[in-house]
Write a protein that binds this ligand. Structure first.
Ligand SMILES: Cc1cc2nc3c(=O)[nH]c(=O)nc-3n(C[C@H](O)[C@H](O)[C@H](O)COP(=O)(O)OP(=O)(O)OC[C@H]3O[C@@H](n4cnc5c(N)ncnc54)[C@H](O)[C@@H]3O)c2cc1C
Length: 490
């Protein structure tokens, strides 16, 4: 083997997987076809669950220190969700994707993982023991596992002939980074009578401190994706929607995006795993694509680490698909609902307008706001935990409980599991897994709880089924079975 894990694609998904594997002490090669990091403006927002996961790795503070990224409220189909702030510990932040990629690339380099640039994967073959990847310049890399984080047009997905069912794009809109005048106080989503519409979201400031915005402009008869975006059509669109009130001062970057919606039927193909946009594509509504990819990465990373170290239970790697596929499908569903409510194609059907009107009233109800905010932020995720999911915390992100001088999320920075044992009753059993799971929280006013390295609760309460839960997620304890392997700390 040249490396334990090869990651194809150094976007946000690939870089997050690389960092998880680094933490797990697994050798990793991160390869990308580009000769330098992309400066294309794409994602502009990081959701609560991703912020929490970054905090659980000690990366949130240093990331936020790289710029001025205000907390913002999310929206659903352009209808503001003002409840995020009150409820979520870490509400939505406007951190541009380019900043996240830059931060991760520097962080990985500081820990010895340098992106191998000009590495375009063009071929792969897998057997019982590993995967051999071939690159355009003729090099090959042999690895135990391959993570395909190579984006929406994934080469790996094509080489696998992986099923990628869904809907092809039927319409396009413009997504552009702009400076505008007269846009202060304008509703985030506005239509003209003939179906033209504009959505506006804050995108930080330019180097001179002037406000930038993401402008999305749609309506009937939009050209195909390959037609270049012009300043004139943006000016015309603004005039059609706002009259002369809002003017374009600068078009920094513009592209057309389509409403294609697809999801890989299987995320695991033997030793190859699809993650991020390689596994799911959909409209960038509600700031979810990058976030979903990064959450795929947090889910997959520690599991691959466990498999490489030899303590992974038999089906641990399969749980990547059983947990992340439903999470991705839920994102596709809410994006479809949003595109309908936003009248994305500009059809101006009266039925759609009627549904949106009623929905806008519903969204004023606090419970509806909470439901939608949780749905988009990833906080609503509940992974299936057969046999143990009757406790309300099981399958959900762990609360960030205070344990005297430390918080639970700080304990997760080791990348290991955490067992909260307030009464000190589990010392003996926990000792069998002490090479994979840290016991903490003695004397704290908390419930006993077992938390996976990715921050999800897999057991809670006083039931006597802790040992099966430890075995289920962390393999056999030392001296408890044939697979009780000792692993060294990274
Ligand atoms: C206008 C717009 C706005 C968006 N806004 C948001 C938002 O606010 N929030 C959000 O969460 N998401 C948003 N998204 C979606 C987000 O940008 C994507 O979901 C995200 O980039 C996916 O990350 P990824 O790492 O999976 O793939 P990518 O970012 O596409 O990275 C894939 C990498 O793989 C490399 N690669 C491709 N093929 C090969 C190969 N054969 N060999 C080697 N390397 C290869 C590429 O060079 C690239 O670096 C937006 C997207 C757009 C277009």
């Amino acid at each position: 083997m040249d490396t334990d894990v090869l990651i194809a694609g150094a976007g946000p998904t690939g870089m997050t997987v690389a960092n998880e594997l680094r933490l797990a002490g697994v050798s990793t090669v991160l390869a990308d076809q580009l000769s330098q990091r992309s400066e294309l403006s794409r994602a502009g927002g990081v959701q609560s669950r991703t912020l929490e996961a970054l905090d659980q790795r000690g990366l949130l503070e240093p990331l936020l220190a790289t710029g001025n990224y205000p907390a913002a409220t999310g929206h659903f189909a352009g209808i503001a969700l003002s409840a995020d702030h009150a409820r979520q510990r870490l509400p939505w932040r406007s951190v541009p994707q380019v900043k996240i990629e830059e931060f991760f690339e520097h962080h990985l380099a500081a820990h010895g993982i340098h992106v191998r640039r000009d590495h375009q994967l063009t071929g792969l073959a897998q057997d019982e023991h590993g995967v051999t990847a071939t690159f355009a310049h003729g090099a090959t890399i042999r690895c135990r596992y391959l993570v395909a984080a190579d984006g929406a047009h994934s080469t790996v997905r094509s080489l696998l002939r992986a099923e990628f069912p869904g809907r092809p794009g039927t319409a396009t809109v413009i997504a552009a980074d702009v400076r505008l005048s007269g846009a202060e106080g304008v509703a985030s989503h506005t239509w003209s009578d003939d179906g033209q519409w504009v959505a506006l979201f804050p995108l930080g400031t330019d180097p001179q401190g002037r406000p930038l915005r993401r402008l999305v402009l749609g309506g009937p008869g939009a050209p195909s994706r390959d037609v270049p975006v012009t300043e004139d059509e943006i000016r015309e669109g603004l005039r059609a929607v706002f009259g002369t009130g809002v003017r374009l001062l600068e078009l920094r970057y513009g592209r057309r995006i389509s409403n294609a919606a697809r999801q890989a039927a299987r995320y695991r193909h033997g030793r190859v795993f699809l993650a991020g946009d390689a596994a799911h594509v959909h409209l960038p509504l509600g700031a979810q694509g990058m976030n979903t990819g990064m959450q795929d990465a947090f889910n997959l990373g520690w599991k691959l680490g466990a498999a490489v170290h030899g303590w992974a239970p038999e089906d641990l790697l399969d749980t990547y698909h059983t947990e992340r596929h439903p999470a991705g499908a839920a994102v596709l569903r809410n994006v479809m609902a949003q595109s309908l409510l936003m009248d994305w194609t500009g059809a101006r059907e009266p039925e759609t307008a009627a549904v949106r009107e009623i929905f806008s009233d519903l969204v004023r109800l606090p419970n509806v706001q909470h439901y939608l905010a949780d749905l988009q932020s990833g906080m609503a995720i509940r992974y299936p935990m057969p046999g143990t999911d009757d406790h309300p915390l099981v399958g959900r992100p762990s609360p960030d409980l205070g344990l005297g001088p430390v918080r639970v999320h700080e304990l997760l920075r080791s990348g290991r599991g955490v067992l909260l044992d307030p009464d000190g009753t589990f010392a003996k059993v926990a000792d069998l897994w002490s090479d994979r799971v840290d016991r903490a929280g003695q004397g704290a006013d908390v419930e006993p709880m077992l938390i996976r390295p990715d921050g999800y609760v897999v057991w809670a309460g006083h039931a006597d089924d802790l040992e099966p839960a430890l075995t289920r997620w962390f393999g056999e304890g030392r001296g408890t079975g044939p697979r009780g392997l000792r692993v060294s700390r990274p």
